[in-house]
Design a binder for this molecule. Structure first.
Ligand code: SME
Length: 158
């Protein structure tokens, strides 16, 4: 169990901004640090990572930097699973109970809730932030707002 829970998401958002603005650090390194920042500071977040649109494939996501258990889902076609559906709609997808979803790809048996937030570049879907929780009903409106802000912050990296 993690002991930490930040009291104020503004601090997290500020830290994300700092990570993105650093010089001499690759995009993937920054995405890795942001994944860790979120996983370390939010109790409900057990797996945090990015899926990126593969420019060399046809409507397919490829796993990018992440923190948490290894996943078999390293490539996900648009439309498949929660991740693929968010890629198709270009909208945040919140699932409070994954057992109720038919179109779902299990990353681990422990996962009970998931949120996927698109990263947009000039309105176009370029990547997504995917977060799993081991607790049902754990994705709050505050989480969603904070993650959508983080998504805007990482957008210039693409
Ligand atoms: N659960 C996701 C697959 C990715 S793993 O959670 C890391 C989905 O249904 O698309």
């Amino acid at each position: 169990m993690k002991e930490k829970e930040v009291q104020n998401y503004e601090t997290l958002i500020e830290s994300a901004r700092k990570i993105v603005s650093r010089n001499g650090v690759s995009r993937d390194q920054k995405l890795q640090e942001i994944s860790k920042l979120l996983a370390d500071n939010v109790q409900a977040f057990d797996w945090v990572g990015f899926y990126l649109v593969d420019p060399n494939a046809n409507r397919e996501l490829v796993l990018g930097p992440y923190v948490g258990e290894e996943t078999d889902h390293t490539r996900i076609p648009f439309g498949k699973g929660i991740c693929g559906q968010a890629a198709e709609t270009n909208e945040t997808f919140v699932v409070q109970d994954v057992s109720k979803e038919d179109n779902y790809l299990a990353c681990s048996v422990h996962v009970e809730a998931e949120i996927v937030v698109p990263v947009k570049k000039d309105g176009e879907f370029v990547a997504e932030l995917d977060i799993d929780s081991h607790k049902k009903d754990s994705m709050t409106e505050e989480h969603r707002k904070m993650l959508e802000k983080v998504s805007e912050i990482v957008s210039p990296l693409f």
